[in-house]
Design a protein around this ligand. Structure first.
Ligand code: HGY
Ligand code: MN
Ligand code: MN
Length: 416
């Protein structure tokens, strides 16, 4: 017997895939993948496309003072909405799914409610949050933190990008400096659909992750000041070599993570040296250190060991070293009722499900202190992300979006 599915029981995967592929062309890279850095022209084009889809779905669309876009579908009653959402800004070597899947999965749920002419008890909405990646402006999750009152509006608007632009000016330039006050809106609850971006679900053959929380994140910019000198004539004992010190730091943080083991991770993702010439001992270097751990005490230990290492390196190599904190988030736990709900709805649909922490930061962590918050993960092929090869199978994308639909119907109630 063919399974009869109503619009409120199953999402339309063809409709969802066509939006994912269309958005993936915006900022699409020649060899595949996407580069849509926050508040660039590509981000603007992506925003315009998503806003047009929101309007087609009949959502009331607002843009707030840090460029967050919120589309709301009215419920039988007014009041705080149940929100879905994520981000559409990407890293430089982004894929089709990181962030985009959560936004477009939310729009697909709205389309299902429209098809079924369902009126939910409370309003339901989808958020597109500014600068989640933190790749262009720090900190990451900037928009959702400001949206939930955890980052001062002026601090957010004053953020300076890696290419020297001020966030406020970029919002104006792309036409997304909204008028909706930022920081005061509270949701009845928040759920974010996202790819895992790691290897766990695929390795264990599991379809859905019921996310328990997000690990702690510490981002530090390190500026090293040495002395430029001739690569041939300068005795090794006389060198104040900024590039060598940058390399030492990259090796140190890798060894630190391996020594600490368990869930400690460490990355030096960006290094720039000056004057960056083959025959000149570098006089300057700038690098970033990303430390993460699910245990905040261990993360603090890692930060302290890094600080001690930098102090010793300064003495040994006679260089100047200054650090600047780019982001610091304590681990966040999601609401047990939301974790239970994701797990229950996944099982009800016949999917295998696993409770797990998130290694990546997400907009959901900004909502967690303010309302019942949860996340739904689906597997990443070969566990890769922040890579143009990022991929998730359509059957898994469909599974995750169907769990999202059921979570929304449960939390927003279907009045008719
Ligand atoms: O860095 C992160 O975890 C996220 O991709 N912003
Ligand atoms: Mn993301
Ligand atoms: Mn990301």
């Amino acid at each position: 017997m063919t399974e009869t599915k109503t619009a409120t029981e199953r999402i339309n995967i063809e409709r969802l895939m066509s939006k994912i592929e269309a958005l993936g062309q915006v900022g699409g890279l020649p060899g595949g993948g996407v580069c849509r850095l926050a508040l660039t022209d590509e981000d603007k084009a992506g925003r315009d496309l998503v806003v047009s889809w929101m309007k087609e779905l009949g959502l009331k669309v607002t843009v707030d003072e840090v460029g967050n876009i919120i589309g709301i579908r009215a419920g039988r009653t007014d009041g705080a909405p149940f929100l879905m959402g994520s981000h559409i800004d990407t890293v430089r070597t982004g894929g089709y799914y990181d962030g985009n899947y959560g936004v477009l999965g939310g729009l697909e749920v709205i389309a299902c409610l429209n098809d079924a002419r369902i009126t939910t008890e409370i309003p339901v909405g989808v958020g597109v949050f500014t600068n989640e990646e933190g790749a262009r402006f720090a900190p990451d999750m900037l928009g959702s933190l400001a949206h939930q009152g955890q980052l001062d509006k002026e601090a957010a608007l004053g953020a300076v990008s890696i290419d020297g632009k001020v966030l406020r000016d970029e919002l104006v330039r792309i036409g997304y400096m909204g008028t909706e006050p930022v920081g005061s809106m509270r949701a009845a609850g928040y759920v974010e659909l996202h790819i895992e971006q790691g290897p766990v679900l695929e390795r264990e053959g599991i379809t859905i992750g019921a996310v328990e929380g997000v690990q702690g994140i510490s981002w530090t910019e390190v500026n090293i000041k040495g002395v430029s000198n001739h690569a041939g004539t300068t005795p090794m004992s006389m060198r104040c070599d900024a590039a060598y010190c940058a390399a030492r730091i990259a090796v140190f943080v890798r060894e630190l993570a391996l020594r600490m083991g368990r869930r400690q991770v460490a990355t030096v993702g960006a290094i720039t040296v000056w004057p960056n010439l083959v025959n000149v001992v570098a006089n300057r270097a700038k690098l970033t250190v990303d430390l993460r751990n699910t245990d905040n005490e261990l993360l603090k230990q890692a930060e302290a060991e890094l600080a001690a290492f930098l102090e010793q390196l300064k003495q040994d190599e006679k260089v100047g070293i200054e650090t600047r904190k780019l982001a610091r988030f304590e681990p966040v736990d999601f609401a047990p009722e939301m974790i239970d709900l994701v797990e229950r709805e996944a099982r009800a649909l016949g999917f295998s499900v696993k409770r797990m922490p998130s290694g990546a930061g997400h907009d959901a962590q900004a909502f967690a202190p303010n309302c019942p918050t949860g996340m739904i993960f689906v597997p990443s092929v070969r566990g890769i992300s922040h890579n143009i090869e990022e991929h998730t199978e359509p059957k898994d994308l469909e599974a995750g979006a169907n769990v999202l639909l059921r979570v929304v119907l449960n939390r927003a109630g279907s009045a008719a």
